[in-house]
Design a protein around this ligand. Structure first.
Ligand SMILES: Cc1cc2nc3c(=O)[nH]c(=O)nc-3n(C[C@H](O)[C@H](O)[C@H](O)COP(=O)(O)OP(=O)(O)OC[C@H]3O[C@@H](n4cnc5c(N)ncnc54)[C@H](O)[C@@H]3O)c2cc1C
Length: 544
């Protein structure tokens, strides 16, 4: 018939040409040479990370991540008879992801006594964030609660074994009936989150224990078995452990008001709660609540410093794969000079965050005042810088996929929605920068160990040496508050460069100095010349 075409021609015209093939199962450990090298450099346990990376990379787990984000948690306040149950139900895929993480030792490995436990833990955060970042939250809080509990040996004795269990037990039951626990934290109130001293929740003595009255504006993972929380006792702001069940086996009076409707982190529930005389036990000393909970916050900060490295890795891995299999204007995207400039520039931030995060995690593994001081300043610098870079990196990686990057069939939207969060919680950007100034002002040792770490790379790259001198000339003393971000960005960049120059010399170390410390470039990704793009992009292709 004139004007018609054959079925074969139609199939040819409508076929999926120039579309990258489905990726299928991947191995997030074997396929990531940079992770393997960094973990080896800082003492991570390959035997724990290899099976975890292989399991997480299966298509089945990615599908679980998508499902858990699509079918968000559901809140049921009452049972059929009108009795309060305050239950939040999650999609089975959410539980699958937690079972995998807790089973692999995400929450426990740092405390099990093997060398490099925190590095292995941080590498697990990096791996898990690539597949489904919001399930990291309950596991991170469980990991971080363990050292905080040391403030009260009795409470530690009661809870530590369950927190360190590798059995994930999501049942809604008293702790004594469970094979493993998770723990959350509830600090933020309506009138103030960063400034926890503004907390008004009230604690009143009740025999051996306490009763809490008040609210918490954010309480993530509300089905956790217990929460560390802050409340005003007669002796001042104090830290308490509030279990979901009371010692007599009845439900504790923790009322979930509603779940937040969030931009991302959608598989995880974040609730508003009220304490209606909830039974609580004091952790640490009365009036010293901030000190007690800061031990938990110090450890959650490690995870919020590490997660952006995972988000950047996942986004760049997708972008690299896409550009390797997609052509425009008769040439593969990965062979287009401008795309190479963009991806190489972004890759530096991923590698910087990965190496810096694991270097800081290694300080958590070491003992002694110097390591502790480095962990404190290093984790703040890494949290600030890596998260700020992450938002731009994932956004640019999305653009490398063109229109498909904006579509939920690819992981980019899920990753992108997560990017601002690790910068906001556990100390928002400004708060972290002010904390950096405070630490350097109050703990001279932190300044000394940081200076030694920066000096360790002197002589490896002339532009690095010049940038270090310029930083010191600009700030011979600590800056005023208004310059805290500028100061922290500069210091964080120098610290990252110092780690990369020593552990990833050549294209990456020198490239980082060229791109982040030397000036003479534009402000958007790819707006520079002089990078060894092949050497840098090799990190994305390694092991693939
Ligand atoms: C998804 C999600 C889950 C959460 N889960 C939990 C949870 O489980 N438990 C919990 O306790 N909290 C949780 N939070 C709360 C979170 O930790 C707080 O939102 C955060 O600490 C900031 O507190 P805020 O919202 O009160 O902001 P504010 O403290 O009002 O800060 C607002 C802004 O002001 C800046 N700022 C504050 N002080 C200064 C200053 N001196 N100078 C300059 N700038 C300043 C901050 O950096 C921030 O950018 C969650 C938040 C989110 C988004």
């Amino acid at each position: 018939m004139p004007g018609s075409i054959s079925i074969e021609e139609l199939e040819d015209l409508t076929g999926a040409r120039n579309q990258p093939p489905p990726r299928g199962d991947r191995d997030l450990w074997q396929g990531d040479g940079a992770l393997r090298a960094a973990a080896a450099a800082f003492g991570g346990a390959a035997e724990a990370l290899a099976p975890y990376g292989a399991a997480l990379g299966r298509e089945e787990m990615r599908a679980a991540g998508r499902e858990a984000n699509r079918c968000t948690p559901r809140f049921t306040p009452f049972d059929a008879g009108g009795r309060r149950i305050d239950r939040v139900e999650f999609h089975p895929a959410y539980h699958d992801l937690l079972r995998l993480g807790i089973g692999a030792g995400y929450s426990a490995i740092a405390w099990e006594g093997a060398p490099g436990g925190h590095v292995s833990h941080a590498a697990m955060v990096y791996l898990h964030s690539q597949v489904e970042p919001s399930t990291c939250c309950p596991m991170t809080m469980t990991y971080a609660a363990v050292p905080a509990l040391r403030a009260s040996p009795d409470l530690a004795g009661e809870w530590a074994d369950g927190l360190l269990s590798r059995n994930y037990d999501p049942s809604d039951a008293p702790a004594g009936e469970k094979a493993g626990f998770t723990m959350g934290m509830a600090m933020t109130e309506k009138q103030g989150g960063s400034d926890v001293r503004a907390n008004v929740t009230k604690a009143m003595r009740d025999g051996e224990g306490w009763r809490l009255y008040g609210h918490k504006w954010f309480c993530s993972a509300p089905m956790s078995d217990a929460f560390l929380t802050l409340a005003q006792a007669p002796g001042g702001l104090s830290c308490f452990l509030v279990a979901r069940w009371q010692p007599d086996g009845s439900r504790n009076a923790i009322r979930i008001q509603r779940l937040k409707e969030k931009l991302g982190n959608r598989a995880n529930a974040s609730a508003e709660i009220e304490y209606h005389g909830a039974y609580a036990e004091m952790l640490g000393e009365e009036g010293h609540g901030v000190r007690a909970i800061l031990e938990m916050v110090h450890h959650t900060r490690l995870d919020t410093a590490m997660a952006p490295a995972g988000l950047m890795r996942a986004a760049l891995d997708e972008a690299y794969y896409w550009c390797t299999h997609r052509s425009a204007f008769q040439r593969r995207l990965i062979d287009q000079p401008l795309m190479r400039a963009v991806l190489a520039d972004l890759t530096l931030d991923w590698l910087g965050a990965l190496y810096l995060g694991l270097r800081v995690a290694a300080a958590f593994d070491e003992t002694g005042a110097e390591a502790r001081a480095f962990a404190r300043i290093g984790v703040a610098l890494a949290k600030f810088l890596s998260n700020k870079r992450c938002i731009g990196v994932v956004g640019e990686a999305m653009e490398a996929l063109g229109g498909m990057g904006y579509v939920e069939d690819t992981p980019l939207p899920l990753l992108f929605r997560e990017t601002p969060l690790n910068s906001i919680w556990e100390g928002s950007g400004n708060v972290i920068c002010l904390d950096i100034l405070r630490t350097l002002a109050r703990e001279p040792l932190a300044g000394e160990v940081l200076a030694a770490e920066l000096e360790a790379a002197r002589g490896l790259n002339r532009a690095y040496d010049a940038a270090l001198e310029a930083h010191r000339a600009r700030w011979p003393a600590l800056p005023c508050e208004g310059e805290a971000r500028w100061f922290a960005e500069s210091l964080g960049g120098l610290l990252t460069a110092s780690v990369l120059l020593r552990h990833r010399p050549g294209a990456v170390g020198d490239g980082y100095v060229r791109a982040r410390l030397s000036g003479g470039r534009g402000q958007v990704a790819g707006a520079l010349g002089g990078l060894d793009e092949a050497g840098i992009l090799g990190a994305l292709g390694e092991g693939a």
